[in-house]
Design a protein around this ligand. Structure first.
Ligand code: GAR
Length: 193
């Protein structure tokens, strides 16, 4: 039995963080036991911090406004992440553009609320809801130097209903995220190196 260590990065609500904790933290998959060893955020008001506290998981705030450049911020972020020796770092609603200092040093995956390569960047839910597309979806991809552009690991779509509202659309996205992200983490961590 070995322990697979996961670090989760978030900037807001942290509902995906909580879902990961509920489904994976201190649970066994095959011969491994999974542990969320830390939660890290760039926003001191992020609700995810309370979620970490609730589950006794260490949380760290690194406010980007205290750093003079993205590179300086990423250097600190990488240092903190690496101090936990994670097998995988998961970006679950982490709203930061990352530099090669991060992407070259950290094995990370990102959750994105659209069918990539469509609707990259911020406000992806709104952009995909107001588009002409008849479907919405969720993607999980490796973090690379290209924003929302790394190799796709998992992706699923759902039908936009005739009477769909932005709220009902966002709800569908969330429930798909809660299903796909833990599955993708297990898939990666059970893959032979
Ligand atoms: C999620 O919908 C995630 O897909 C999105 O932020 C939300 C975080 O929700 N991420 C992005 O838009 C990344 N570009 P949560 O804080 O409740 O988990």
């Amino acid at each position: 039995m070995s322990i697979k260590r996961i670090v989760v990065l978030f900037s807001g609500e942290g509902s995906n963080l909580e879902n990961i904790i509920k489904k994976l933290h201190k649970k066994s998959f095959g011969l491994d036991s999974y542990e969320v060893v830390a939660g890290i955020t760039n926003k001191k008001e992020a609700k995810g911090i309370q979620i970490c506290k609730k589950y006794n998981i260490p949380s760290y705030v690194i406010e980007h406004k205290n750093y003079t450049s993205r590179e300086e911020f990423d250097t600190k972020l990488v240092e903190i992440i690496n101090s936990f020796h994670p097998h995988l770092t998961v970006l679950a609603g982490f709203m930061r553009i990352l530099t090669p200092i991060f992407t070259k040093n950290i094995k990370a995956i990102n959750l994105h609320p659209s069918l990539l390569p469509l609707f990259k960047g911020t406000n992806a839910i709104e952009k995909s809801f107001y588009s002409d597309m008849k479907v919405g979806g969720v993607s999980i991809h490796y973090v690379s130097k290209e924003l929302d552009g790394g190799e796709i690991i998992a992706q699923e779509c759902f039908k936009k209903d005739e009477d769909e509202t932005l709220e009902s659309f966002a709800k569908k996205i969330k429930s798909l995220e809660y299903k796909l992200l833990p599955q993708a983490i297990v898939k990666i961590l059970t893959k032979k190196a």
